[in-house]
Design a protein around this ligand. Structure first.
Ligand code: ZN
Length: 295
């Protein structure tokens, strides 16, 4: 299987969740072995999507070089990029955050469909997980274990009548991702919004880009896209966060109540010991199955 970028530059516009301002952004092809690279044109900062560049995981995944030079909320865009098997891409934006779109990755998937995938000369590198790697925070955990496919099992338990306990298993293929995961939106609680706004955050948050819950129900008039949209979105986030491994991977990710912080810790822990994985170019029969998952 070959490395992938996109055939042509594509431009988009969206609102930033935190500042609430319009963001112009573009996705552009990059040469083989370049990786996924962000360019914040406000500060003219180039930041590679790598774990060592993560500077915050409190509200979203943030990569940067300093408190002034960063890009926030990269996970939904990276989730779509990862699902399309893209290895090399320039993401240019005139903002410190990636646009929130409708709170899911569906718009980014549509843009990638429009830009079309380009196969490149070099072989694609794939990380094969060799042994279980786990990170914990109390009863919360995220782990990855060996698997012949790329799969995700996520569980959450919220003391809320609409959410409660939800568990979802997703066997990754691009098609499964588009159908099961890409449309799942981020969610938040009405009571938290005021607190965030007091801190000058979530200024762009609205019912157009998040599922919003009061103490009893979803307040969006059109309701949910899936009854378990919440846990599906957690898988969307995990796929985005694990993009920072730097390549596609074969393994089973599992989490209970995982977060951007735990995903980041897991990514760092996997990469910290080269016995945890083997990097392969899969230039044999297994390649065909793997390649099919990105068809
Ligand atoms: Zn999210």
């Amino acid at each position: 299987m070959k490395q992938r970028t996109i055939k042509k530059k594509i431009e988009g516009i969206g609102i930033g969740l935190h500042k609430g301002e319009p963001i112009h952004f573009s996705l552009e092809p990059l040469d083989p072995n370049s990786g996924i690279v962000f360019h914040n044109t406000v500060t003219n900062t180039i930041i590679e999507a790598k774990p060592q560049n993560v500077i915050d995981t409190t509200m979203a995944t943030v990569i940067g070089k300093s408190q002034e030079e960063f890009v926030s909320t990269i996970e939904h865009l990276l989730s779509a990029v990862s699902a399309y098997g893209i290895d090399n891409l320039l993401i240019k934006l005139d903002s410190h955050e990636a646009p929130i779109m409708d709170g899911s990755s569906a718009s980014f998937c549509m843009m990638l469909n429009e830009a079309k995938i380009a196969e490149q000369e070099q072989n694609k590198k794939i990380m094969i997980i060799n042994r279980e790697v786990e990170v914990r925070d109390g009863d919360k955990y995220a782990k990855i274990s060996p698997s012949s496919s790329t799969e995700f099992t996520f569980a959450i338990d919220f003391k809320h009548p609409v959410i409660g306990f939800q568990k979802f298993h997703h066997t990754f293929t691009k098609q499964n991702y588009i159908e099961q995961i890409s449309r799942a939106r981020t969610f938040g609680f009405l009571k938290d919004f005021q607190l965030l706004r007091d801190r000058n955050l979530a200024l762009g948050a609205s019912l157009d880009n998040a599922i919003v819950l009061d103490d009893k129900k979803v307040i969006n008039s059109d309701g949910l896209r899936f009854s378990n949209e919440f846990v599906r979105h957690k898988i969307l986030d995990a796929i985005g966060d694990l993009t920072l491994l730097g390549m596609s991977y074969l393994g089973h990710y599992e989490s209970f109540a995982g977060s951007h912080a735990l995903n980041h810790k897991l990514t760092k822990k996997i990469l910290s010991d080269s016995d945890n994985y083997t990097i392969s170019e899969l230039s044999n029969i297994k390649d065909i199955t793997f390649e099919k998952s990105f068809a």
